[in-house]
Design a protein around this ligand. Structure first.
Ligand SMILES: *[C@@H]1O[C@H](CO)[C@@H](O)[C@H](O)[C@H]1NC(C)=O
Ligand SMILES: *[C@@H]1O[C@H](CO)[C@@H](O)[C@H](O)[C@H]1NC(C)=O
Length: 357
């Protein structure tokens, strides 16, 4: 009897471990076949070699790009060189990135930029919000973009215990935003455990100078976050559940779940077309390769477009996919005037003609 019981317990444990492992592999795209898709002619953007994790395009066609992210377990080619915010003018015939200077007084040496969001106020002041991880901590930096000087004026550093592992933010005013935390735990070994057993404990936090609070929770890696053009809905990418959550913003800034869009791939950042409301999703279709990185057999890149996301039947289109290591590990995509811009976690950046979209 005793032996049978031990055997039964052992069998149950083994099944749980096997199931968890298979599920993690499946969620990271181990079993997926990647058939390439190209929208039109594509070219790399000059001057982007060390990542373009997040991108925001200003109404005139200037793209701000966060580059040089150093993140645990991920490759980084920048060495000791700190991260940067790059500027790409999409009105130019050949796209190239230039580095934005940052005003004196800001610690550029430890700059480790991650998610990025812009907010333009009624005086046309452009605020640039950047998630930063100096010395493995999380802060949110607020800059003012000075276009004539090609520079960023540092205004404020925000640090808060609820903003402990921020991945992405969306600014809704000059000093308020929603942020996703991509881990529940702060310690690195617990973060790894959380990841491999697939805990859905990540959250979304609302920040304003007068109020900071958790507004949604239960995510298996909360990642990209953005807002609908009318400012009524928040979109959240739940990376390892392969879902996009749509939530309504209440007057008291809490969020009410509205619906969920399921994807076949692994979503990272979300960008919203201000005119059409289309949601562009930068995806990493075979994320598992991060742990076995090889330059010549790198991660693939994938871009998904979601039209009519608020309707009964959103249209999900695969616009781009590669598996040939030209562009590795895409994290963000955004369309501007018939061009598609694709950024990556630690690699280059691409722009493609959108022939038939
Ligand atoms: C990558 O693409 C090629 C076609 O270019 C295809 O034959 C191959 O099966 C793809 N690899 C994977 C892992 O899907
Ligand atoms: C915030 O507003 C929502 C919707 O009106 C309501 O359901 C919720 O109870 C409010 N929460 C707080 C803390 O006031």
């Amino acid at each position: 009897m005793g032996k049978l019981l031990i055997l039964a317990v052992f069998a149950v444990l083994l099944s749980v471990v096997a199931y968890t492992l298979l599920d993690v592999c499946d969620k990271m795209g181990v079993f997926r076949k990647l058939d390439p898709v190209k929208p039109g002619k594509c070219n790399l953007i000059k001057g982007i070699e060390y990542g373009s994790e997040d991108i925001s395009i200003l109404p005139g066609g200037l793209a701000l790009v966060s580059s040089g992210l150093k993140y645990p377990l991920m490759p980084n080619f920048a060495g000791d060189q700190p991260g940067q915010i790059l500027l790409v003018d999409l009105n130019q015939p050949v796209l190239k990135a230039v580095q934005l200077r940052i005003s004196r007084g800001f610690d550029v040496e430890s700059f480790n930029p991650h998610g990025l969001s812009t907010y333009i106020d009624e005086d046309d002041t452009v605020y640039v919000f950047v998630v930063n991880h100096p010395q493995k901590r999380t802060t949110v930096e607020i800059f003012e973009f000075e276009e004539e000087q090609n520079s960023l004026l540092h205004l404020k550093t925000i640090q808060h215990e609820l903003l402990h592992s921020v991945n992405d933010i969306v600014a809704l005013g000059s000093d308020r935003f929603y942020a996703t935390n991509d881990h529940y735990f702060a310690q690195e070994h617990l973060q790894a455990l959380e990841f491999f057993i697939g805990l859905s404990w990540c959250n979304v936090v609302y920040y304003s100078p007068s109020e900071v609070k958790e507004v949604a929770t239960g995510f298996r890696l909360a990642n990209g976050i953005n807002v609908s053009p009318d400012g009524r809905y928040i979109y959240i990418a739940e990376t390892f559940a392969r879902k996009i959550h749509i939530m309504e913003i209440n007057l008291n800034n809490t969020l009410t779940p509205v619906k969920v869009v399921h994807l076949e791939t692994i979503p990272d950042n979300l960008e919203v077309d201000p005119k059409t409301g289309d949601v562009w999703v930068g995806c990493c279709p075979n994320s598992w390769k991060i742990f076995f990185y090889q330059p010549e057999n790198g991660l693939g890149s994938e871009v998904i477009k979601i039209e009519n996301i608020l309707s009964e039947n959103p249209k999900v289109t695969q616009v781009y996919l590669n598996n040939d290591s030209v562009l590795q590990g895409s994290s963000v995509a955004i369309a501007y005037e018939g061009k598609l811009l694709i950024g990556t976690i630690f690699h280059k950046a691409l722009h493609c003609d959108l022939n038939n979209s």
